[in-house]
Design a protein around this ligand. Structure first.
Ligand code: NAP
Length: 522
């Protein structure tokens, strides 16, 4: 069985002991083994700080951009291998796998372009110089320089390729070395990706570390100048955010956690409209793409009471046409969830929804599966729940509180007013994204201004964008990704905005003409 190695201090090394066994979630067959036991993570961080940080800081943004461009090409070159592995260790269909792997190369390429546009400079000037007192001689300005430590990235299991690259691209462009730790269950794909990145031969020594297996004492070894960016469950996010060592050293911690995202049908839309069809398509795609294991997936489907039955029927009908099974079988459009633990969590969540909500479709494991032997594999059927009426949509707190990380969504009738739609959206206590489907300008403006404070992104679906919009589930590098409150309060990507996490903004004051000459951005 393959043993996944880590890349630390500029070489591939294996942990000791038996470690964890990674399995194919469709067949439960073992795929690989990995362990981080006995690895010297303190030395790996020191190597990154001393060697990798210095090398990256010596490069201009254009040079870092060119490096990202070459890394993007390396991911494209490894695409087929990565897609095959994703189907094995993630239970992804080929289309799900492309979403992850192509998202990785696309994000690297987007940050490569940004690097080119910043040109031959090594730091950023933030705004104009300003006058500080009643004299033109004393002035002040702000500059942004790379933080001096290592950017430690801890990722969730659901996007082993995109998750690694979307974080690393931004940190590298900012000028920080990266130590990336994927989730153990899908580390095979991340490991192959890490090999492709290292194999590209463009990363300076120390600029990249990769830890396969549990985090061990990684967090305790972090210190001044380091940054932590985490994606995963709220619970782990809380543990890391309050870790005494990170708090003591003032380490910036960015948390991307779980989210109970909503989609809202505007009061002006009726079944058969282009916006209706778009909403059905987006909701169903989010329920089934990556078997519902997407942080941006729509969980709450808010529909004016009069159309709630039609929306429920439309989703049930779509589910009836879906083929579920081993993703390597022809025609299969949804695979298993990633592990036995994940399946058990999803089934337990479904049971908690029974009672406060009506289960309209889904019986746990699907009755029919393609290419699957007996009871093997961690398969979960598409489940559609519904609240009785608008009052029940308010009362059923489970649907607003709990993210069931699988192919499950709930139709929630509301009274058709923007006010009630916003109130229900806000019950999620902070989400990554909410979508509104409406052609009415007043509804779009009123809803967006009301919902924005509770969301990292608001997606407005309408006839005009129906053919071109990738939908709310797709995170694009040009826009910020993250959400307030329970979604973690973090922010990633957003073009150049993403660099802020990895750069220190410093105010400089002194003789104004001198400052303007010294810090002109080059
Ligand atoms: P998780 O159990 O919290 O694990 C996330 C990562 O944290 C894994 O790499 C895990 O490593 C690591 N980890 C766990 N305990 C740790 C500790 N004490 N110290 C250091 N690292 C630790 O989450 P998951 O099950 O992988 O992911 C599912 C969750 O992620 C969902 O709730 C989903 O909503 C959320 N998510 C959010 C976003 C977003 O952008 N907001 C994106 C994707 C997923 P091991 O695997 O080795 O345990």
């Amino acid at each position: 069985m393959q043993r996944l190695e880590s890349y630390l201090g500029g070489r591939w090394v294996a942990g000791s002991g038996d470690g964890a066994v990674l399995v194919n979630p469709s067949t439960e067959e073992p795929l690989a083994r990995t362990s981080s036991e006995g690895l010297d993570l303190g030395a790996a961080l020191a190597h990154g700080r001393q060697v990798g940080g210095a090398a990256l800081r010596a490069m201009t943004f254009a040079e870092r951009g060119a490096m990202l461009g070459a890394l993007s090409e390396a991911v494209v070159a490894a695409r087929n291998e990565l897609l095959d592995l994703s189907m094995l260790d993630n239970g992804c269909t080929r289309s799900d796998a492309k979403f992850d792997v192509d998202g990785a190369s696309f994000t690297l390429a987007a940050y490569a372009e940004l690097g080119q546009s910043l040109g031959d400079r090594r730091y950023l000037v933030d705004g104009e110089a300003v006058e500080l007192v009643r004299s033109r001689r004393l002035g002040g300005l702000h500059i942004k320089v790379p933080r001096p430590g290592v950017a430690v990235h801890i990722n969730a299991y659901n996007f082993p390729a995109w998750g690694l690259c979307e974080k690393a691209a931004v940190a590298w462009l900012a000028g920080m070395p990266v130590l990336s730790k994927p989730a153990t269950s899908t580390a095979s794909t991340a490991h192959a990706l890490a090999r492709a990145l290292v194999g590209a031969g463009v990363l300076p020594e120390g600029a990249f570390g990769f830890l396969a297996g549990p985090a061990g004492d990684l967090i305790d070894r972090m210190g001044y100048g380091d940054v932590l960016a985490f994606t995963g469950s709220s619970q782990t996010g809380r543990t890391l955010r309050t870790s005494p060592g990170l708090v003591a050293a003032g380490v910036p911690v960015n948390v991307e956690a779980d989210s109970v995202n909503a989609a809202v049908l505007g009061p002006d839309v009726v079944p058969g409209d282009a916006a209706w069809d778009l909403m059905v398509r987006d909701v169903f795609r989010d329920m089934t793409q990556k078997t519902g294991q997407k942080c941006t997936a729509i969980r709450r489907v808010l529909v004016p009471e009069v159309h709630a039955a039609a929306m429920t029927e439309a989703l049930v009908e779509e589910a009836g046409r879906l083929r579920i099974g081993d993703p390597r079988e022809d025609g299969v459009r949804m695979g298993p969830v990633v592990s036995a633990r994940q399946r058990d969590d999803v089934l337990a969540g479904i049971q908690r929804f029974d009672g406060p909500l009506k289960r309209v479709r889904g019986q746990g494991r699907p009755a029919e599966l393609s290419g699957v032997e007996g009871e093997r594999g961690y398969f979960v059927d598409v489940h559609v729940f519904r609240a009785r009426d608008a009052a029940a949509s308010h009362e059923a707190s489970c649907v607003h509180d709990e993210e069931i990380f699988g192919p499950v969504a709930t139709v929630l009738p509301y009274d058709g007013t923007v006010e009630q739609a916003v109130t229900l959206v806000a019950r999620g206590r902070g989400s990554l994204v909410t979508s509104l489907y409406s052609e009415d300008r007043d509804v779009c403006r009123e809803f967006t201004l009301g919902a924005a404070a509770w969301n990292g992104r608001v997606n407005i679906g309408s006839e005009k964008v129906a053919e071109v919009a990738p939908g709310p589930g797709t995170v694009l590098p040009q826009l910020v990704h993250g959400g307030p409150g329970r979604a973690g309060g973090g922010e990633e990507l957003g073009g150049l905005r993403g660099l802020d996490l990895y750069m220190q903004r410093t105010a400089i004051e002194g003789y104004r003409p001198l400052l303007e000459r010294l810090f002109d951005g080059t």
